[in-house]
Design a protein around this ligand. Structure first.
Ligand code: VG1
Ligand code: CO
Length: 475
């Protein structure tokens, strides 16, 4: 049996292969043991799930194990977005959360995200402990405690919770709904059959927008695609926006922590640009003060915007947990990842795709311009940045660590002089090139893929860099 491993965001596995009821019981028992060790167990645990296959059944099984350990659970009613679960941890002052989701992964996956009492994804020191405990149980035979769910409900040790209203109030505190209302925006939204249903659509309805919604029914098969709001998966939304004269197309991933944005002309806008535009908007228009955070893989356009406003930039490894910590410590106005995750000052220390979509609508409403127009304005003040991200279907564990493949920094890469090279915490390699370009290669911690990221100041240079990166990885 394969070992339990927590990656960039939780433990994920193919349903019935690795992601089995038995393994869910073992991992939940390991989490219960960890919470008892850290005394967080007394505060109870939020248990939630998205719209994936057997999500609710897995969640109920986790509740049974928690009760077997004398731990109270707050079980969500229906599929619930990851940011909403984060807010519930804070609202209930819980010791953490267990959230059944494999986020943007293909439909054959399910997963378990473990969050801490501060509301953000558990940090590596916690998930390492859980991994050790779970793998010990796998080796030595299982020893979990389990009590049937009905008993848990009867004993008052499982409370079913309703989250919509509380979350909507939290959003209304952060978003200028009246400006969205006044602008009379026409919005098309793709809910990708996921946990965003009843959240993203409702938020725009309550902001008084005319909204057209796609894929707003739960489907564990996600229409046969991964519930990832990527350019490819949002082609239908882009078509709707263009032909229907919508101001914006907006989407969230399967657990609604990621966002996707289509401009009025049907163009998909990379999350990198959205994060940079929102940073500029939050400082220039809303007057927020504080730093900004981005992951190592995210655009340096953020640094250019930060420099313009004279604010500090924090660079983190890939994984929102690190940005979540900075939100918790109130060090930043906005923190984001190029994979379409962001959160802002005073909000949950977890990425929130719903908040991101609303902020984009607010920015378009207040500024009275398209995203493309806003981006051109930004380029005028800080210069042009072009970035790209590619997935290469190679299992990094099969090829050995990338840094083994490139021990020494080359003097030239893609024909550019190499200024610097560094190895990231997760074994990825970032190479800085003359002229302000860079590339990053790393093994994904959620899927068996290698990710290649690049950025340059022109499209031609970016293409050269990406080609050299691809050749290096596959060569
Ligand atoms: C990917 C993204 C990362 C994100 C993580 C979880 O990780 O690159 O930015 O935080 O997914 O996203 P990786 O290791 O596969 O590149 V999600 O929406 O699962 O919570
Ligand atoms: Co997600």
């Amino acid at each position: 049996m394969s070992k339990i491993k927590f990656g960039t965001s939780g433990w994920r596995g193919i349903i019935a292969e690795d992601f089995t009821f038995e393994n869910v019981r073992i991992v939940t028992q390991a989490i219960a043991d960890y919470l008892k060790d850290t005394k967080e167990s007394e505060k109870g645990v939020v248990v939630g799930y998205d719209s994936r296959f057997l999500g609710e059944r897995f969640a109920r099984e986790a509740v049974s194990i928690l009760l077997g350990n004398g731990i109270k659970s707050y079980l969500t009613k229906g599929p619930t977005p990851t940011p909403v679960i984060s807010l519930e941890i804070l609202r209930r002052k819980a010791g953490g959360a267990i959230n059944f989701t494999a986020s943007h992964n293909p439909p054959e996956y399910n997963g378990l995200k473990f969050s801490s009492s501060w509301g953000g994804p558990a940090l590596p020191q916690a998930t390492r402990e859980v991994e050790i405990l779970a793998n010990k149980m796998l080796e030595k035979g299982t020893a979990y405690c389990r009590v049937p769910l009905e008993e848990a409900i009867d004993n008052g040790l499982c409370e079913e919770i309703e989250s919509h209203e509380f979350y909507m109030q939290a959003l209304e505190e952060k978003i200028d709904m009246s400006s969205i209302r006044k602008a009379g925006l026409k919005i098309a939204a793709d809910l990708l059959y996921g946990a965003g249903i009843g959240y993203l659509d409702k938020a725009f309805e309550s902001a008084g927008c005319e909204i057209k919604v796609l894929h707003n029914r739960y489907d564990p098969w996600f229409g046969g695609k991964a519930p990832d709001p990527s350019e490819k998966n949002l082609a239908e939304l882009a078509q709707v926006v263009k032909s229907g004269g919508y101001n914006l197309g907006l989407a969230v991933d399967g657990d609604a922590d990621r966002f996707g944005v289509i401009d009025a002309d049907g163009r998909y806008i990379e999350p990198n640009y959205i994060i940079a535009l929102l940073l500029d908007y939050l400082v220039r228009v809303k007057g927020l003060r504080g730093g900004a955070a981005r992951s190592i893989a995210t655009t340096h356009l953020i640094d250019a915007v930060a420099e313009k406003h004279n604010i500090n930039v924090y660079e983190t490894p890939v994984g929102f947990k690190y940005i979540g910590e900075l939100i918790k410590e109130d060090k930043i106005i906005i923190g984001g990842e190029e994979s379409a995750g962001l959160s802002i000052k005073g909000h949950v220390p977890e990425k929130d795709g719903i908040l991101a979509c609303l902020l984009v609508a607010e920015m378009v409403a207040v500024e009275g311009k398209t995203i493309g127009g806003l981006l051109e304005d930004l380029y005028k003040s800080v210069g042009r940045f072009v970035s790209a991200r590619e997935n290469i279907e190679i299992d990094v564990s099969a090829m050995g660590n990338l840094s083994v493949k490139m021990k020494e920094p080359p003097t030239l890469f893609a024909g550019f002089a190499v200024n610097n090279m560094r190895t990231a915490e997760d074994g990825g390699i970032k190479i800085f090139l003359a002229g302000g370009s860079w590339l990053l290669m790393r093994g994904s911690g959620t899927e068996p893929l290698v990710r290649l990221y690049g950025e340059a100041r022109s499209k031609e240079n970016l293409e050269r860099i990406m080609k050299a990166g691809r050749d290096f990885i596959t060569g």
